[in-house]
Design a protein around this ligand. Structure first.
Ligand code: Q9C
Ligand code: ZN
Length: 333
């Protein structure tokens, strides 16, 4: 399987996140990508597809915020990375806000996703990595791996959060759709892919299925409940399967099988997998119980659908085991 990763992605290196009430070292580090690379050997660099496929998913106002936020932060005399302290609970009318703090709240939903000096460069090339790996699948490869980092599935059309800025999986799925493919997204990160869900929630042309820790107990809390099934033209094209803490491979595969049956009924000819290795038993911020060896049969079940597949990297924070977990997953294809 061809593998892609671009060294520009390492430019994104946020320092801290607000975690359980205190600032701690950020969990989503460049070391994650290095650990995965060390385990899988080599990866090809991304080719530049420009801003258009990104702008097909994210709003212009959000993209211009993301590109300018760090400079505005410095211009306001602030040290460190951009971080918010106020959020518009009453929802986000397109107000003509003109202070960086107001903009951060407008375009984000949590305090664990700082914008550092290299963030735009890193997230741009993370998205380009997904698009480049998609090209391999569009050209006929059975599967390709995009070592996207930072991850993307929590980012919506006009918001960042959950360590995510640009929704790599959604950008690839939208590009695949534009290329005429009937596309489904399967999200097997520990956390619900709220950004991806939001982007396609009212669309019937892209199917979204997610297995994740129950949002009654787990981040991102406000999305991913079993009764969220899509709306309007997208009614029935979203499937959420929340899982309890401690879920191991047997129960995980049973849930996966029901998601795969729903996916197969949609009859896609291209599959985007949002793959998080934070379902691993040793993950420091998560509570499922998959072992390294479990990732191979998990991936083999997905590969068994026989649909050309783009695997997009999402979370996974047990850095020493991360590369092995990713290699085990890719071995299933
Ligand atoms: N106390 C991804 O895996 N913070 N993002 C959780 C728990 C956010 C994870 C804090 C976790 C986001 C792509
Ligand atoms: Zn995750």
């Amino acid at each position: 399987m061809r593998r892609f990763m671009d060294s520009h992605q390492l430019a994104h290196a946020p320092a801290q996140e607000l975690h359980n009430g205190a600032f701690t070292a950020h969990a989503e580090t460049p070391a994650r990508a290095r650990d995965i690379l060390a385990a899988i050997g080599t990866a090809e660099p991304a080719t530049d597809h420009g801003l258009a496929p990104i702008a097909a998913v994210h709003s212009d106002a959000y993209l211009s915020f993301l590109q300018t936020a760090h400079a505005r932060w410095r211009a306001a005399g602030r040290p460190g990375d951009v971080g918010g302290y106020v959020w518009p609970v009453t929802r986000r009318r397109p107000l003509a806000l003109d202070r960086i703090d107001a903009l951060v709240g407008q375009f984000s939903f949590d305090a664990s996703t700082p914008i550092a000096a290299g963030t735009w460069d890193g997230v741009y090339w993370s998205a380009q990595t997904a698009l480049t790996a998609l090209d391999a699948v569009l050209a006929g490869d059975r599967a390709a791996f995009a070592l996207c980092r930072p991850p993307g599935h929590h980012a919506g059309a006009d918001y960042l959060g959950g360590y995510c800025y640009l929704n790599n999986a959604a950008i690839a799925a939208e590009a695949a759709t534009a290329a005429g493919r009937r596309t489904a997204i399967l999200d097997v990160d520990y956390h619900h892919g709220n950004g991806t869900q939001d982007i396609f929630y009212e669309r019937g042309d892209v199917f979204f299925a997610s297995l994740h820790a129950d949002p009654r107990t787990d981040y991102p809390f406000y999305w991913g409940h079993a009764d969220e099934r899509g709306a309007g033209a997208g009614e029935g094209a979203t499937l959420n399967i929340p899982l309890p803490h401690g879920t191991g491979i047997a129960a995980y595969l049973a849930a996966l099988d029901s998601a795969l049956a729903a996916l197969a009924a949609f009859a896609p000819d291209l599959l985007v997998v949002s793959f998080g290795a934070d379902t691993y038993v040793g993950d420091p911020i998560a509570h499922l119980a998959l072992e390294t060896a479990d990732f191979t049969p998990l991936a083999a079940r997905i590969a068994g659908l026989g649909i050309p597949t783009l695997v997009v990297m999402e979370g996974g924070y047990a850095v020493d085991a991360l590369g092995l977990n990713v290699a085990a997953f890719l071995a299933g294809f």
